[in-house]
Design a protein around this ligand. Structure first.
Ligand code: 3NM
Length: 232
Protein backbone atom coordinates (compact mmCIF):
# COMPACT_ATOMS: atom_id res chain seq x y z
CA UNK A 1 0.00 0.00 0.00
CA UNK A 2 2.70 2.43 1.01
CA UNK A 3 4.58 1.46 -2.11
CA UNK A 4 1.71 2.36 -4.41
CA UNK A 5 1.33 5.73 -2.71
CA UNK A 6 5.02 6.44 -3.30
CA UNK A 7 4.69 5.42 -6.92
CA UNK A 8 1.73 7.77 -7.39
CA UNK A 9 3.70 10.55 -5.75
CA UNK A 10 6.61 10.28 -8.13
CA UNK A 11 4.34 10.00 -11.13
CA UNK A 12 2.76 13.31 -10.12
CA UNK A 13 5.92 15.14 -9.10
CA UNK A 14 8.24 14.13 -11.90
CA UNK A 15 5.89 14.99 -14.76
CA UNK A 16 6.27 18.54 -16.08
CA UNK A 17 7.99 21.62 -14.80
CA UNK A 18 7.00 23.07 -11.48
CA UNK A 19 6.32 26.61 -12.68
CA UNK A 20 4.02 25.48 -15.48
CA UNK A 21 2.20 23.17 -13.17
CA UNK A 22 1.76 25.92 -10.58
CA UNK A 23 0.49 28.42 -13.12
CA UNK A 24 -2.11 25.92 -14.13
CA UNK A 25 -3.12 24.88 -10.61
CA UNK A 26 -3.23 28.38 -9.17
CA UNK A 27 -6.34 29.55 -10.92
CA UNK A 28 -9.76 29.63 -9.35
CA UNK A 29 -10.32 28.68 -5.74
CA UNK A 30 -7.41 27.79 -3.43
CA UNK A 31 -8.88 26.07 -0.33
CA UNK A 32 -7.51 26.22 3.21
CA UNK A 33 -8.61 24.24 6.27
CA UNK A 34 -9.48 25.69 9.67
CA UNK A 35 -11.21 23.27 12.00
CA UNK A 36 -12.19 25.92 14.54
CA UNK A 37 -14.35 27.58 11.87
CA UNK A 38 -15.71 24.34 10.42
CA UNK A 39 -18.93 24.15 12.48
CA UNK A 40 -18.11 20.88 14.22
CA UNK A 41 -16.81 19.13 11.12
CA UNK A 42 -13.30 17.68 11.18
CA UNK A 43 -10.53 18.84 8.85
CA UNK A 44 -10.71 15.44 7.17
CA UNK A 45 -14.47 15.75 6.54
CA UNK A 46 -13.98 19.25 5.17
CA UNK A 47 -11.15 18.17 2.86
CA UNK A 48 -13.31 15.29 1.62
CA UNK A 49 -16.01 17.79 0.63
CA UNK A 50 -13.49 20.12 -1.03
CA UNK A 51 -12.14 17.25 -3.13
CA UNK A 52 -15.67 16.13 -4.04
CA UNK A 53 -16.43 19.67 -5.20
CA UNK A 54 -13.44 19.56 -7.56
CA UNK A 55 -10.91 21.75 -5.73
CA UNK A 56 -7.39 21.29 -7.12
CA UNK A 57 -5.23 22.84 -4.40
CA UNK A 58 -5.70 22.46 -0.65
CA UNK A 59 -3.62 23.89 2.18
CA UNK A 60 -3.68 22.27 5.60
CA UNK A 61 -3.74 25.11 8.12
CA UNK A 62 -4.31 24.22 11.76
CA UNK A 63 -3.12 26.35 14.63
CA UNK A 64 -4.74 24.59 17.57
CA UNK A 65 -3.46 21.01 17.46
CA UNK A 66 -0.35 19.17 18.58
CA UNK A 67 2.40 18.32 16.13
CA UNK A 68 1.43 14.66 16.27
CA UNK A 69 -2.24 15.38 15.60
CA UNK A 70 -1.28 17.58 12.68
CA UNK A 71 1.09 14.96 11.30
CA UNK A 72 -1.61 12.28 11.45
CA UNK A 73 -4.15 14.48 9.69
CA UNK A 74 -1.65 15.48 7.01
CA UNK A 75 -0.75 11.83 6.40
CA UNK A 76 -4.42 11.08 5.79
CA UNK A 77 -4.93 14.16 3.62
CA UNK A 78 -1.84 13.27 1.59
CA UNK A 79 -3.44 9.91 0.75
CA UNK A 80 -6.74 11.58 -0.13
CA UNK A 81 -5.14 14.25 -2.31
CA UNK A 82 -2.90 11.79 -4.13
CA UNK A 83 -5.86 9.60 -4.94
CA UNK A 84 -7.62 12.59 -6.53
CA UNK A 85 -4.60 14.39 -8.02
CA UNK A 86 -5.07 17.42 -5.79
CA UNK A 87 -2.04 19.56 -4.90
CA UNK A 88 -1.38 19.46 -1.17
CA UNK A 89 0.34 22.28 0.73
CA UNK A 90 1.14 22.23 4.47
CA UNK A 91 1.10 25.53 6.37
CA UNK A 92 4.05 26.39 8.65
CA UNK A 93 5.39 22.90 9.37
CA UNK A 94 8.28 22.12 7.05
CA UNK A 95 8.93 18.91 8.96
CA UNK A 96 5.41 17.59 8.41
CA UNK A 97 5.41 18.66 4.77
CA UNK A 98 8.57 16.63 4.17
CA UNK A 99 7.49 13.62 6.20
CA UNK A 100 4.17 13.19 4.40
CA UNK A 101 5.70 14.20 1.03
CA UNK A 102 3.33 17.10 0.51
CA UNK A 103 3.62 19.01 -2.76
CA UNK A 104 4.51 22.17 -0.89
CA UNK A 105 4.84 24.18 2.26
CA UNK A 106 3.42 27.64 3.00
CA UNK A 107 5.42 30.08 5.12
CA UNK A 108 4.36 33.23 6.97
CA UNK A 109 6.58 36.25 7.49
CA UNK A 110 7.63 34.93 10.91
CA UNK A 111 8.42 31.41 9.76
CA UNK A 112 11.85 30.01 8.85
CA UNK A 113 13.89 31.84 6.16
CA UNK A 114 12.84 30.88 2.63
CA UNK A 115 16.34 30.05 1.39
CA UNK A 116 17.06 27.78 4.36
CA UNK A 117 13.76 25.97 3.84
CA UNK A 118 14.68 25.57 0.16
CA UNK A 119 17.98 23.91 1.14
CA UNK A 120 16.00 21.49 3.23
CA UNK A 121 13.10 20.63 0.90
CA UNK A 122 14.84 20.76 -2.49
CA UNK A 123 13.78 22.33 -5.77
CA UNK A 124 10.76 20.18 -6.50
CA UNK A 125 8.77 21.19 -3.45
CA UNK A 126 6.56 24.25 -3.78
CA UNK A 127 7.25 27.07 -1.32
CA UNK A 128 4.46 29.61 -0.86
CA UNK A 129 4.91 32.77 1.21
CA UNK A 130 2.32 35.13 2.76
CA UNK A 131 3.07 38.75 1.85
CA UNK A 132 1.41 41.97 2.96
CA UNK A 133 3.36 44.68 1.13
CA UNK A 134 5.25 45.30 -2.11
CA UNK A 135 8.52 45.01 -0.22
CA UNK A 136 7.61 41.61 1.19
CA UNK A 137 6.50 40.42 -2.26
CA UNK A 138 9.78 41.45 -3.85
CA UNK A 139 11.72 39.89 -1.02
CA UNK A 140 9.84 36.60 -1.44
CA UNK A 141 10.64 36.57 -5.17
CA UNK A 142 14.34 37.24 -4.56
CA UNK A 143 14.58 34.54 -1.96
CA UNK A 144 13.06 31.86 -4.15
CA UNK A 145 9.36 31.57 -3.28
CA UNK A 146 7.28 29.75 -5.91
CA UNK A 147 4.06 31.65 -5.22
CA UNK A 148 2.88 34.36 -2.85
CA UNK A 149 -0.22 35.04 -0.80
CA UNK A 150 -1.54 38.59 -1.23
CA UNK A 151 -3.53 40.03 1.63
CA UNK A 152 -5.41 40.58 3.77
CA UNK A 153 -7.51 42.38 1.18
CA UNK A 154 -10.37 42.90 3.64
CA UNK A 155 -10.67 42.69 7.40
CA UNK A 156 -10.32 39.15 8.67
CA UNK A 157 -10.54 37.57 12.10
CA UNK A 158 -9.38 34.17 10.90
CA UNK A 159 -5.66 34.84 11.15
CA UNK A 160 -4.31 35.95 14.50
CA UNK A 161 -1.86 38.85 14.43
CA UNK A 162 -2.52 39.59 10.79
CA UNK A 163 -2.13 43.21 9.76
CA UNK A 164 -4.83 45.73 8.84
CA UNK A 165 -6.37 45.20 5.41
CA UNK A 166 -3.82 46.12 2.77
CA UNK A 167 -6.50 47.09 0.28
CA UNK A 168 -7.01 46.17 -3.35
CA UNK A 169 -4.15 48.46 -4.42
CA UNK A 170 -1.67 45.89 -3.15
CA UNK A 171 -3.32 43.27 -5.36
CA UNK A 172 -3.04 45.67 -8.31
CA UNK A 173 0.66 46.09 -7.54
CA UNK A 174 1.29 42.34 -7.51
CA UNK A 175 -0.65 41.70 -10.70
CA UNK A 176 1.33 44.40 -12.46
CA UNK A 177 4.81 43.84 -11.04
CA UNK A 178 5.31 40.38 -9.60
CA UNK A 179 5.98 37.55 -11.99
CA UNK A 180 4.98 34.72 -9.69
CA UNK A 181 1.69 32.91 -9.23
CA UNK A 182 -0.26 34.49 -6.37
CA UNK A 183 -3.38 33.91 -4.35
CA UNK A 184 -5.56 36.78 -3.11
CA UNK A 185 -6.70 36.27 0.49
CA UNK A 186 -8.22 37.82 3.58
CA UNK A 187 -11.88 38.56 4.21
CA UNK A 188 -12.95 37.44 0.75
CA UNK A 189 -16.52 36.11 0.56
CA UNK A 190 -18.97 35.08 -2.09
CA UNK A 191 -20.55 38.54 -1.83
CA UNK A 192 -17.35 40.57 -2.41
CA UNK A 193 -15.33 38.26 -4.66
CA UNK A 194 -16.60 40.00 -7.82
CA UNK A 195 -14.65 43.06 -6.78
CA UNK A 196 -11.48 40.98 -6.46
CA UNK A 197 -12.09 39.21 -9.76
CA UNK A 198 -12.67 42.58 -11.43
CA UNK A 199 -9.14 43.67 -10.45
CA UNK A 200 -7.90 40.69 -12.45
CA UNK A 201 -7.18 38.18 -9.71
CA UNK A 202 -7.07 34.67 -11.14
CA UNK A 203 -6.70 32.79 -7.88
CA UNK A 204 -8.59 33.48 -4.66
CA UNK A 205 -8.65 31.88 -1.24
CA UNK A 206 -11.48 32.05 1.27
CA UNK A 207 -11.21 30.32 4.60
CA UNK A 208 -14.30 30.88 6.77
CA UNK A 209 -16.57 31.43 3.77
CA UNK A 210 -15.87 27.86 2.62
CA UNK A 211 -15.16 25.81 5.76
CA UNK A 212 -17.95 27.54 7.69
CA UNK A 213 -20.58 27.17 4.96
CA UNK A 214 -23.63 25.07 5.84
CA UNK A 215 -23.19 23.17 2.59
CA UNK A 216 -19.55 23.31 1.56
CA UNK A 217 -20.00 21.65 -1.81
CA UNK A 218 -22.85 23.96 -2.76
CA UNK A 219 -20.85 27.01 -1.66
CA UNK A 220 -17.85 25.91 -3.74
CA UNK A 221 -20.16 25.33 -6.70
CA UNK A 222 -21.52 28.88 -6.47
CA UNK A 223 -18.07 30.42 -6.05
CA UNK A 224 -16.79 28.34 -8.95
CA UNK A 225 -19.50 29.69 -11.22
CA UNK A 226 -18.22 33.21 -10.59
CA UNK A 227 -14.79 32.51 -12.04
CA UNK A 228 -15.25 33.55 -15.64
CA UNK A 229 -13.48 30.60 -17.18
CA UNK A 230 -15.40 28.25 -14.96
CA UNK A 231 -12.22 26.68 -13.66
CA UNK A 232 -11.72 25.87 -10.00
N1 3NM B 1 -3.67 34.68 5.50
P1 3NM B 1 -10.77 34.42 5.77
S1 3NM B 1 -5.44 36.42 5.73
C1 3NM B 1 -4.70 32.60 6.36
O1 3NM B 1 -3.23 38.07 4.55
C2 3NM B 1 -4.73 34.03 6.03
O2 3NM B 1 -1.79 36.47 4.53
C3 3NM B 1 -3.89 35.98 5.30
O3 3NM B 1 -9.34 33.92 6.24
C4 3NM B 1 -2.90 36.91 4.76
O4 3NM B 1 -10.95 34.02 4.35
C5 3NM B 1 -5.82 34.86 6.21
O5 3NM B 1 -11.70 33.67 6.69
C6 3NM B 1 -7.14 34.44 6.75
O6 3NM B 1 -10.81 35.90 6.00
C7 3NM B 1 -8.17 34.41 5.70
Amino acid sequence: EVYSIEKEYFKFMVGGNKRNRLNEIMTGLYCITSEEHSKGRSNIEVVEKMIKAGIRIIQYREKKKSLLEKYNECQKIREMTLASNVTFIVNDNVDIAMMVRADGVHLGQDDLPIERVRELVGDEMIIGVSTHSPKQAEDAVKRGADYIGVGPLYRTYTKENVCEPVGLEYLDYVIKNIKLPYVAIGGIKEHNMDEVLARGAGCISMVTEIVGADDIEQKIGRVKSKFSRGVL
